[in-house]
Design a protein around this ligand. Structure first.
Ligand code: ADP
Ligand code: MG
Length: 699
């Protein structure tokens, strides 16, 4: 019954009609009663108090006063007419002023009748005045559905132009609640309501629009935020559960020669505790009979590669193939070289396939993949081409996942009847709770420990005016045998200027260091030239690498110990952190120098201070999230976290955690929500799914 009422097109609400309905739909996406109920205010104006005219201050904000109009007159001005009313209470006199709508006001205002007025006051000609006040007869004021905290709803220019002001929206809201007798079905169970001391759904929705007090408003907001996050988490967790039940995966129950032999004989270093823990998690996933879908997070340099390799060994031990996909050619080649080195004494056939693999070799790879001669295939997007067919792909690893879309992830699936296990590796640290909401359908592993003996990179901030000292430092480091990166920003809009900056920088470096060899890499070079230059630096033939951010991801030159970032104020935090991760990979002390001009915004200062004070990627990610909001965080655009109606994934983090906790607790006890006590939740959940209200959250 109530459900049907909520579906009613907004057109039928008194005071709307077809024209306004169209506007509401177009400007605010409000098409039904339900949409209007869920259209929440941005903020509230506190109308809990009344002012006397004698109490007004010259800089008081919006105030509410009770008084009477004793006189009205039209005042002619050079720039037009204005209507002025004398308004009095028992403490003084002020003026109300209108610049428009005079006719209507003159005809409707009542003299010598008590009004409640509300608005901003000005001090003008020795007297207080209030332009275009909101007014209501005290008699009506007492009668109407009323709220001390006046809601301020989001609006658009078009709406205001067409006369749908905040007042009109408030009026519609009143109509909706008062005339239709709207009540809402409870969507949470008693256990939750009692344990979290939540107010009932109906009361919460009512208080969002007509808050009776600050306290009730806060409780209403809490209740609705919790509910919103709770059902998203419920859905994510259920999907994850169903996924495990339904999507069969290869059961890798063997841990055999490849894995054991490597572990016992060829491991180049002791694994860190975190690496061991993660390998265990992956092993147990792949031996569970369900498809693994795991996200592996680990800061730059935390040692994800060896985890990837050992996971691939498990696939090989079960007579399956594995692949590793990287976002760029350079990275693929590095992985290829790195893994070959680790496997040099082992009988493992590893091949590389990228966009620039020659046709003849490509053919050979296609064949050997299909007949099973190749064990591990490494490459770029080229792996996704239809022609690339595995004999039996058991594990697909994707490095630096934010460069691959979800669609591409699933493309790998289609290569088998039973999908391969999927391991997604990323060095972009995402705070765990955010990751939970973004990738709720993935399980998450974290490498939260760096290999031993790593010296933390020393980071300093230097102004451009100190450049000579920085040059001297570069010289000293190179004379000790180290290599240096100098990175310039490259942002699309100003590409030309950036390019000039880069070339100017290159020339001045070349002048400053005539005895050193310099590589240069930027986006406008041909891929072949880029690789050539990069390669010279990797092999140590050049001492300085001048580059744009193309080197951001994954490049591994342990001998490079200095990272200089030019115009550092123009980089985002996560980018700065990624860049810094290029050094500190060897045994030597490494340095990161952030160069800027003197003019810095507050946010830039925060970013620089964060970088110089910590090396912890997760801590940096938290600051980043606070500065930018989740919308800008890599990979979050498609995920739709921004579609949240009331909760804010950053600010309401603790509510998110609690929502997740309770959702998982309930599902553990009652996976299908079939218990009597969870009926409310089940019904609400099916309604949300039916109305596609929560599917939107997840791509
Ligand atoms: P990332 O997580 O950034 O991909 P890598 O896998 O490239 O990190 O590892 C970074 C460096 O640390 C490599 O040179 C690697 O050989 C080394 N490394 C990884 N794990 C360990 C370990 N447990 N002990 C010592 N060195 C390690
Ligand atoms: Mg890596």
């Amino acid at each position: 019954m109530m459900q049907n009422l909520l579906q009613t097109p907004i057109e039928y609400l008194k005071g709307v009609g077809p024209n306004r309905a169209e506007l509401l739909k177009k400007e605010l996406n409000i098409a039904t009663y339900r949409d209007l109920v869920n259209f929440f205010p941005n903020r509230y104006i506190d109308k809990t108090g009344f002012y006397k005219i004698s109490q007004l201050q010259r800089n008081s904000s919006e105030v509410q006063i009770v008084g009477k109009i004793v006189h009205i007159k039209m005042v002619e001005q050079k720039r037009g007419k204005r209507l002025v009313a004398d308004f009095v209470d028992d403490t003084g006199r002020m003026e109300l002023v209108w610049f428009r709508g005079h006719k209507w006001i003159r005809e409707n205002l009542k003299l010598n009748t008590p009004y409640v007025i509300f608005g901003k006051t000005n001090w003008y000609n020795g007297m207080f005045s209030m332009p275009h006040p909101e007014m209501e007869l005290v008699a009506d004021y007492k009668k109407n559905l009323r709220t001390a905290m006046q809601p301020v709803y989001p609006s658009t220019e078009m709406l205001v132009k067409k006369g749908i002001t905040n007042r009109v929206i408030m009026k519609l809201m009143q109509e909706l609640f008062q005339q239709t007798g709207l009540k809402f079905i409870e969507s949470l169970n008693n256990e939750l309501i009692n344990e979290l001391k939540l107010i009932p759904k109906s009361e919460a929705l009512f208080n969002m629009h007509f808050p009776k007090s600050q306290e009730l408003l806060a409780r209403a907001q809490f209740r609705l935020k919790f509910e919103e996050l709770f059902f998203i988490q419920l859905q994510l967790l259920r999907r994850n559960m169903l996924h495990k039940q339904k999507i069969k995966g290869f059961n890798f129950d063997m841990v055999g020669d490849h894995f054991n032999n490597f572990y016992q004989e060829h491991l180049p270093f002791d694994l860190t505790g975190a690496q061991k823990k993660v390998i265990k998690e992956i092993r147990s996933d792949m031996g569970s009979g369900a498809q693994m879908n795991r996200l592996l997070q680990g800061d730059v340099g935390s040692g994800k590669t060896i985890v990837a390799l050992m996971s691939m060994f498990i696939a090989l031990d079960n007579d399956f193939q594995a692949c590793l996909m990287a976002p760029t050619e350079i990275l693929s080649i590095q992985h290829y070289n790195g893994l070959n080195e680790l496997c040099q004494d082992l009988d493992v056939n590893i091949r590389l396939l990228t966009g620039s693999t020659k046709t003849s070799e490509r053919k050979e790879i296609h064949e050997e993949l299909e007949n099973g001669q190749i064990d591990i295939l490494i490459g770029t997007h080229a792996l996704l081409e239809d022609k690339v067919k595995f004999k039996n792909l058991g594990l697909a690893i994707i490095d630096e996942q934010h460069r691959f879309g979800v669609a591409q992830r699933s493309k790998l699936w289609k290569k088998n009847e039973i999908p391969p296990h999927i391991l997604v590796m990323t060095a972009t640290p995402i705070p765990r709770t955010l990751a939970m909401s973004l990738y709720g359908d993935l399980d998450i592993s974290v490498i939260d420990e760096l290999p031993p003996g790593r010296k933390p990179v020393k980071t300093v901030h230097r102004f451009d005016s100190n450049r000579l000292k920085v040059f001297r430092f570069i010289k000293e480091e190179i004379q000790k045998g180290r290599q240096v990166y100098i990175v310039y920003p490259l942002i699309q809009e100003s590409e030309k200027m950036d390019y000039k900056d880069l070339m100017d920088g290159y020339e001045s470096i070349a002048r400053e260091f005539p005895d050193f060899q310099i590589s240069i890499v930027h986006g406008q070079m041909k891929p072949g030239d880029k690789d050539y230059e990069m390669d010279r630096f990797v092999r140590g033939e050049t001492q300085i690498m001048v580059a744009t951010t193309v080197i951001e991801v994954g490049v591994n030159v342990p001998n490079a110990s200095v990272m200089i970032i030019e115009s550092a104020e123009r980089f985002g935090l996560s980018q700065l952190h990624q860049l810094r991760g290029r050094v500190g990979r060897g045994a030597e002390q490494s340095y990161c120098i952030l160069m800027t001009g003197h003019k810095l915004s507050a946010d830039s200062k925060t970013r620089l201070e964060t970088m110089t004070s910590t090396n912890d990627g997760f801590e940096i990610a938290e600051v980043d999230l606070k500065l930018r909001g989740p919308g800008d965080l890599m990979g979050t655009q498609q995920s739709g976290v921004l579609n949240l109606k009331i909760a804010d994934i950053v600010k309401d983090n603790s509510i998110l955690k609690s929502a997740r906790y309770y959702a998982s607790k309930i599902l553990k006890e009652d996976p299908n929500l079939s218990m009597e006590k969870n009926l409310m939740i089940k019904n609400a959940y099916s309604r949300l799914v039916k109305n596609k209200t929560i599917w939107n959250y997840i791509s």
